[in-house]
Design a protein around this ligand. Structure first.
Ligand code: XUL
Ligand code: CO
Length: 442
């Protein structure tokens, strides 16, 4: 159990902001109470299996660089999967994250037949269950990989061939049941190749119907097996396809309403997917809460100059503080959490690098939580916001929102009442306040 990361001999400790120990937290103090709740329960950190344990650093220009002895060793695939799982749980335990996430193929190798693939997943899930019990680490969410295999090149649910749809449905069925068996808190559906390259070979309306149908089947099965957690769509505007259907929160919102799925399906918002869709991270969170669709977060960020999905560990306290502020002011996580769908740069080849990436990401999020919590408790932003909309509580505002006013009655009102000059929006002042909190909060 303690073999792969043997240079880290103890759980990563909290040492405080002055610490210079690279293997200690400076801000993440799991038991520290923030607004009456331990940091651990606010942040609900998860490590992702795929980038950290199922990826060896390959990119489109070159081979793997990372030392992952269970990948491509040429030996027995199940032995490799077991070695990978031992390393993964050793890491989760030493890092001290309460949750992890996986795709079916991350934890179990495909077999020669569907039946063998299913048996492999069941066997690995049994092992995962015993690790969960012995370490206390829980499954934040499970998912099915419906984008890597050749058969999914034209999509899974949105494939022109219903046979592929059937394969995808079968794979989801088993991944959902496995997630349920492992006590998973959510089930995620990122639409990997649910999109298109050109309308010359794509029937948009047909594919949308298929996607709606698949999601309805998943919801039906979730109820049948008694899985309590939400299904989470993960919006992303493009990559790998040129146009992904689940473009952003607003697109998913419209889609879920069209197919009457808002009660069972919520969203997993990824920081850099928000950026790629042309939105700020906090915008996507606010949009999700406004439609009661907020579920969970993939906390990996992008790079200012790169227009693709670089999956870096989060580094911007300002960006994350604004995001955490939206999460806190709307009541925080319920079933969701902060998953690091983050990967190391491919030159970060020391085993400790995996700790450095996660420790840094967790500290950025913990510090952002502290800043957001104090901003909220002091009311410095909220008071300005409240007073800005105050007059909507007056009879005129209530009449407009309540539906008792008409265009004609409002014309009459406007002709009888002078326009009142608005108060300042105070954007610069508010940005200064946020900056002051970033500098001062301890
Ligand atoms: C891809 C992505 C996925 C999902 C899970 O950009 O974010 O890893 O989080 O399938
Ligand atoms: Co993600």
């Amino acid at each position: 159990m303690n073999d792969f990361f043997s240079s880290v001999t103890q759980p990563i400790p909290f040492e405080g902001p002055e610490s210079e120990n690279p293997l200690a937290f400076r801000w993440y103090d799991a038991d520290r109470l923030v607004a009456g709740k331990p940091m651990r329960d606010h942040l609900r950190f998860a490590v992702c299996y795929w980038h950290s344990f199922a990826w060896d650093g390959f990119d489109i220009f070159g081979q793997g660089t990372l030392d992952r002895p269970w990948i491509g060793s040429g030996g027995d695939a199940m032995d490799a999967a077991k070695m990978k799982m031992a390393a993964a749980f050793e890491f989760f335990e030493k890092l001290g994250t309460p949750f992890y996430c996986f795709h079916d193929v991350d934890i179990a190798p495909p077999g020669d037949t569907l039946a063998e693939t299913a048996r492999n997943l069941d066997e690995m899930a049994t092992l995962a269950l015993s690790y969960q019990e012995s370490t206390g680490v829980e499954l934040l969410w499970g998912t099915a990989n419906l984008f890597s295999e050749k058969k999914y090149m034209a999509g899974a649910a949105t494939n022109p061939d219903p046979e592929v749809f059937a394969h995808a449905a079968g794979q989801i069925c088993h991944a959902l049941e496995t997630t349920h068996r492992l006590g998973g808190h959510n089930y995620v559906m990122w639409g990997g190749r649910e999109g298109y390259e050109t309308l010359l070979n794509t029937d948009y309306q047909q594919e949308r119907e298929q996607l709606g149908r698949m999601l309805a089947l998943v919801v039906e099965h979730k109820h049948k097996i008694g899985f309590d957690g939400p299904i989470l769509l993960e919006p992303k505007p493009f990559e790998p396809t040129k146009h992904q259907y689940d473009f952003d929160v607003a697109a998913c919102d419209a889609f879920l309403q069209r197919y009457d799925l808002v009660d069972d399906v919520k969203l997993n918002i990824e920081v850099n997917h928000a950026t790629l869709s042309g939105h700020d991270f906090d915008h996507e969170i606010a949009a999700a809460f406004a439609s009661n669709l907020f579920g969970s977060i993939d906390a990996n960020a992008g790079d200012d100059r790169l227009g693709w999905d670089v999956d870096r560990f989060p580094v911007s306290v300002e960006q994350m503080s604004l995001g955490m502020y939206q999460i806190l002011r709307n009541g925080g996580f319920t079933t969701g959490g902060l998953n690091f769908d983050s990967k190391l740069r491919r030159q970060s080849i020391d085993r400790e690098d995996l700790f450095y990436g996660h420790i840094g990401g967790m500290d950025v999020m913990a510090r952002s939580l502290l800043i957001a919590a104090e901003l909220l408790a002091d009311g410095v932003v909220e008071d300005v916001l409240k007073s800005r909309y105050q007059s909507w509580t007056n009879p005129l505002g209530q009449g407009i929102l309540g539906g008792s006013e008409t265009l004609e009655s409002l014309r009459l009102h406007a002709s009888e009442n002078d326009y009142v000059a608005p108060a300042s929006g105070q954007q610069e002042h508010l940005e200064n306040v946020v900056r002051r909190y970033i500098e001062q909060v301890r």
